[in-house]
Design a protein around this ligand. Structure first.
Ligand code: AHR
Length: 512
């Protein structure tokens, strides 16, 4: 089977912002506790930060890391997590029915983010939290000194302001699983007032409005239109979330999840275009709101009891293995990823690239232990799961300008219609005069041939192919066998019209 992708230097879709390769860590299970923070252990530093995790995260070269939730944030009081640790109280955490020890809070996160070289992106509680508390958090983080909250930060050990630039106005407020869930209009009113106050504290901050995420909810997209009519002048981004699940739809349909994400993003893009068109003649009618896909991943719900998949819509039968046990950082949502999951994640990454004209921030959800590329154990070992590798390669090579292709060739029939046998995205790095092609072969039985036509690129030659593949789609990395699924590199001695992609594979091809 063949796919032909034709590109032209002049058909540029958009530049890839460095925040497109970002991630997310929530007070959920062992994401923070046991992931980032494991105090009094030989493998942690004086702040209690795991050294192995810091290194693995630094290696990913991420733009921002979103914190502290997720569903968690809608019942979180950030003031419980500051000051001397011995005075911090334990609280009931309702999103995941755990006990929150508050031993890790905003100061710890900002310090850790600084050490791993990423910008923090902080979500404020707009569920049960007040708009005043949201503004006070901005004051605590960003005001230099001379006020109660900024001086308290200094007293708590950080003289310089953290200057947090990116702020999310709540999380998934459209869903009734969210503490303090409200209607679109109620959210728009509360978010507008929070935005005003937060910007009164620091006008340089950038704000993310909470868009809709779940297609099965009756408010899907209507929510986005309602809130954005109100919030357009106040915010810079709209968020959306998208998880893909392997739930018996068959290998090909699961591998085609990139098309579902593409449809999902196009829906948000269309809603944004619609709201922008209503602003014609207003003073901000040139302003573009960008998409912040601040949660995306494969999530197979391995330890969640669902009576009926359709019930996901209301989340009423969404039962965690830890439900009602009120444990401190229980080992929940510790998904184990296979090669098939990694290929699918690679396909989702390709779609993110192919929507670079709208997406400015995208966070793989999550980073550590919970639906995550990195798993840690309690004895100081760290495991890179299969999905770590496409994400690492996207972050390493997915920088530059995305070119818009014309695609022809053989197709496969899927739940999303007929799709090209190869899903691909191409990034042009002008400085290095390099082209990087990301490609997923969706034919699980045969090698597929990729033919590239690069009009207006003279003498481009493929030099290297980095391939993630294995005969067994179920193959996983484990602490015993950590390198079962890792990428391999081959030097190429071929032309751009004769590239071959083995079955069960995702590749990056570097040409110059
Ligand atoms: O990432 C896990 C959860 O998924 C987040 O807390 C929530 O925002 C989403 O539903």
């Amino acid at each position: 089977m063949n796919s032909t992708y034709t590109y032209d230097k002049n058909f540029q879709l958009g530049n890839i912002d460095n925040k497109v390769w970002s991630s997310f860590t929530e007070h959920l299970g062992r994401s923070i506790y046991g992931g980032i923070y494991d105090p009094n252990k030989s493998f942690s530093d004086n702040n209690g930060f795991r050294k192995d995790v810091k290194k693995a995260v630094k290696d990913l070269n991420l733009g921002v890391i979103r914190y502290p939730g997720g569903n968690f944030v809608s019942n979180y009081n950030w003031k419980d997590g500051i000051g001397p640790k011995e005075n911090r109280k334990k609280t009931m955490e309702f999103a995941w029915s755990s006990i929150e020890t508050n031993q890790f809070g905003i100061d710890d996160f900002c310090r850790w983010a600084e050490e791993v070289g990423v910008e923090p992106m902080i979500a404020v509680n707009l569920g049960t939290g007040s708009i005043r508390s949201a503004a006070e958090l901005v004051e605590y983080c960003n005001h230099d000194h001379g006020t109660y909250w900024s001086d308290l930060r200094i007293k708590n050990g950080h003289r310089q302001p953290y200057n947090v630039k990116y702020w999310c106005l709540g999380n998934e407020m459209e869903g009734d699983w969210q503490a303090g869930h409200m209607s679109a209009q109620q959210y728009a009113d509360k978010a507008r007032e929070a935005a005003k106050m937060m910007k009164w504290v620091d006008k340089s901050i950038k704000l993310v409005a909470c868009g809709s995420s779940y297609e099965m909810l009756p408010t899907y997209l209507e929510w986005d239109k309602t809130i954005m009519k109100e919030l357009y002048p106040y915010v810079d981004y709209i968020s959306t979330h998208n998880y893909n699940m392997n739930s018996g739809q068959g290998t090909l349909n699961f591998l085609s999840s990139w098309k579902q994400l593409d449809n999902h993003l196009k829906n948000t893009e269309n809603a944004l275009d619609f709201v922008k068109s209503l602003r014609l003649g207003k003073k901000d009618d040139k302003k573009d709101i960008k998409i912040c896909l601040d949660e995306w991943n494969v999530w197979n719900f391995q330890d969640i009891k669902l009576d009926n998949l359709n019930d996901l819509a209301g989340m009423t039968t969404f039962e965690l293995t830890s439900a009602k046990k009120w444990e401190e950082h229980p080992a929940i949502l510790q998904e184990k990823y296979s090669l098939l999951d990694a290929l699918t994640v690679g396909g989702l990454g390709i779609t993110i690239l192919n929507n670079a004209n709208y997406i400015e921030i995208a966070c793989l959800a999550q980073l550590l232990n919970v639906i995550a590329p990195i798993t840690t154990d309690e004895s100081g070992h760290l495991l890179k799961q299969t999905i770590y590798y496409p994400f690492e390669l996207l972050s390493k090579y997915g920088r530059g300008t995305v070119l818009e292709p014309r695609v022809s060739g053989d197709t496969l029939s899927t739940d999303y219609g007929d799709l090209p046998v190869i899903a691909a995205a191409t990034v042009y790095d002008k400085e290095k005069s390099q082209l990087k092609i990301f490609a997923l072969n969706m034919d699980t039985s045969n090698t597929a041939n990729l033919r590239l036509n690069f009009n207006a690129f003279d003498g481009v030659t493929p030099k290297k192919q980095i391939i993630l593949t294995d005969d067994n789609l179920k193959a996983r990395n484990t602490f015993k066998e950590p390198n079962k699924v890792v990428p391999t590199e081959i030097n190429l001695n071929t032309t751009i019209d004769k590239l071959s992609l083995p079955k069960n594979s995702w590749s990056v091809i570097i040409c110059d």
